[in-house]
Design a protein around this ligand. Structure first.
Ligand SMILES: CC(C)(COP(=O)(O)OP(=O)(O)OC[C@H]1O[C@@H](n2cnc3c(N)ncnc32)[C@H](O)[C@@H]1OP(=O)(O)O)[C@@H](O)C(=O)NCCC(=O)NCCS
Length: 192
């Protein structure tokens, strides 16, 4: 990620078409909040690379990438969105019993993707989440189960995940996004 990503991040996360589908980020997203997020991501990435360089690599707690870009023929690139990883939370019990050796939170990684509306429905989130799952979360984070929590209406988020009917719930929508309460769903992918 680059410092120059901030205006693109702010624009995408402040676009109501994207913001309305996300639980978390403040709306509208302020420049300072975006800068803080990017700085935190950069710190995590730097720490991962230092561990690699020193040979002290441990199962990572996050991913060393988050911004997705489209490479143009001229060699430059364009910000198209982001994919981020986090702990699914201490209370997120592992749903599938596979790989019982992993009992800590790394086994239950949460993933969130956001694609700029101009680039949606082109298969980008599916491709990014697949790379994230196989090449990073399983290989480097020790994840055996990935989950994504979103509004039940967000069918574009499935990316090969399966909805778990036992984990249905509801979530409050912040006032700036219209308020009220909406049903949510938990999507799960697990290592066979
Ligand atoms: C959800 C989101 C990440 C999907 O990204 P995307 O790059 O457009 O997704 P893909 O092109 O890989 O499509 C994935 C699947 O969902 C379907 N899909 C995507 N958007 C859809 C929509 N708005 N309505 C219905 N289906 C949709 C696609 O047709 C595809 O299905 P298929 O595999 O059967 O063809 C994107 O719409 C987005 O950023 N939304 C706003 C933020 C958000 O909701 N993030 C997820 C919160 S967990």
């Amino acid at each position: 990620m680059r410092r120059s990503d901030t205006p693109h991040d702010v624009a995408m996360m402040s676009d109501i078409r994207v913001a309305r589908t996300l639980f978390g980020p403040p709306f509208p997203l302020l420049v300072a909040a975006s800068k803080n997020w990017l700085a935190k991501e950069r710190k995590n990435v730097t720490a991962l690379f230092v561990m690699y360089a020193e040979g002290t690599f441990l199962p990572a707690e996050t991913a060393p990438f988050s911004i997705l870009r489209e490479r143009t023929h001229g060699g430059s690139d364009v910000y198209v969105g982001q994919v981020t990883a986090a702990s699914a939370g201490a209370d997120a019990k592992r749903f599938f019993p596979a790989n019982a050796a992993w009992e800590d939170w790394r086994a239950r990684t949460a993933v969130t993707a956001a694609i700029h509306p101009d680039y949606q429905r082109m298969g980008l989130a599916t491709a990014a989440v697949r790379v994230f799952m196989h090449d990073w979360a399983v290989a480097q984070m020790g994840a055996t189960e990935l989950r994504a929590k979103c509004f039940a209406s967000n069918i574009g988020s499935k990316h090969g995940f399966i909805e778990e009917p036992l984990l249905r719930g509801e979530v409050a929508v912040i006032e700036a996004k219209g308020g009220g309460v909406e049903p949510d769903m938990t999507l799960i992918w697990h290592l066979e």
